[in-house]
Design a protein around this ligand. Structure first.
Ligand code: SAM
Length: 257
C-alpha cells in the first residue's frame, strides 16, 4: 500500500489552479473558487462559464477566453495546454476556470498532463456540476433508496461520434442517468435505450441553461426525447429517469412535451 500525503486545499503553492465555476450563477460558485479568482494574475476560461462568475474576476486580472463551441474547439486543446504552461512558467498565478466541475467532461487530465510534463504544480478546486444543479431545479434527488443505488454520468458523444454506453443496464426500470452533451445524440440515445427494452414512458427532464436567468425545464417521456431536445438551443443536461416534482415545476417555465 502506498500512502500519498494529501495536497493542501489552499492552492497557494500551485502554479495553476483548476477551478470549477459551477453551471452559471455566482450563487453556485464555492468560496474557495471565489478566493482563487481574487488571487489570480490570469484567468483562462471556457465558454460555459456564466457571466455572473466572470463578473467576479477583479478588473486588474487578465482574462483569456478559450471557449469551445459544440464539437469543434475554437482554440485547440494543445494550444490551451501550451498557454497554461507558458503563463505558469512566467510566474503568473494562473486560474484555469471551467464550467461546472472541471473533473466532469472537462479534459482536465490532458491539461494536468501538460503541467506535469513541464514540472509545474497544480491544484484542483471542484465545482458544482450541471447535473447536480439541474436535479435541484426540478426538486429531485439524483439517487433514492429503493429506486436507484447508482447514478450514471454519461456523454452523448465522444471523440469518435455518438458515445456507446451500457444501454442494457440503463434501460432497466428505476435507472437514473445524467446525459451531458446529449442534444445531437438524443435520437440515438432513445433508439439504443428502447432497443434494450426501456419503457417509452420513462420520464426524462431536460434542463436547459441550468443556473442562468434563462433556465428552462422541459419534461417529457423517452418516447418524445428527440423532439424535446430539438426544441432546446442552450446547453442542456438530460436527466433520464427523473420527472420534475410538481412543487418545483410550479416555480419554473415548464414545457410539457
Ligand atoms: C464539456 S461538458 C462540461 C460539463 C461541466 N464540466 C459540468 O460539470 O457541468 C458541456 C456539457 O455540460 C452540460 N452543461 C454545462 N453547463 C450547463 C448549463 N449551464 N446548463 C445545462 N447544461 C450544461 C451540457 O450538457 C453541455 O453540453
Amino acid at each position: 500500500m502506498t500512502t500519498i500525503p494529501s495536497p493542501s486545499p489552499a492552492a497557494a503553492a500551485a502554479a495553476v489552479t483548476f477551478v470549477g465555476a459551477g453551471p452559471g450563477a455566482a450563487a453556485h460558485l464555492t468560496l474557495g473558487a471565489y478566493r482563487a479568482l481574487q488571487g489570480a494574475d490570469v484567468v483562462i476560461h471556457d465558454r460555459l462559464v456564466g457571466e455572473e462568475v466572470l463578473a467576479l474576476i477583479p478588473a486588474h486580472v487578465r482574462r483569456i477566453d478559450v471557449g469551445k463551441e459544440g464539437f469543434g474547439p475554437q482554440v485547440a486543446q494543445e494550444a490551451i495546454n501550451a498557454m497554461l504552461v507558458a503563463q505558469a512558467s512566467a510566474g503568473a498565478r494562473v486560474v484555469r476556470l471551467k464550467g461546472g466541475d472541471p473533473g466532469i467532461f472537462g479534459r482536465l487530465d490532458e491539461e494536468i498532463a501538460a503541467l506535469e510534463c513541464a514540472g509545474l504544480a497544480y491544484a484542483i478546486l471542484p465545482g458544482l456540476t450541471s447535473a447536480s444543479v439541474a436535479a435541484a431545479a426540478i426538486g429531485q434527488s439524483l439517487t433514492r433508496r429503493g429506486r436507484n443505488a447508482s447514478l450514471r454520468i454519461v456523454t452523448g458523444h465522444d471523440m469518435a461520434g455518438f458515445a456507446e454506453q451500457d444501454w442494457r443496464g440503463m434501460a432497466r426500470a428505476g435507472e437514473v442517468a445524467a446525459i451531458y452533451m446529449g442534444r445531437k445524440s438524443a435520437r440515438f440515445v432513445q433508439g439504443r435505450l428502447m432497443m434494450h427494452g426501456a419503457d417509452p414512458a420513462t420520464p426524462v427532464t431536460l434542463v436547459e441553461n441550468v443556473s442562468r436567468p434563462d433556465q428552462r425545464i422541459h419534461a417529457c417521456r423517452l418516447a418524445s426525447l428527440p423532439e424535446t431536445a430539438a426544441r432546446t438551443t442552450g446547453p442542456v443536461v438530460i436527466l433520464y429517469g427523473l420527472p420534475p416534482r410538481a412543487a418545483a415545476t410550479a416555480l419554473h417555465d415548464l414545457k410539457e412535451a
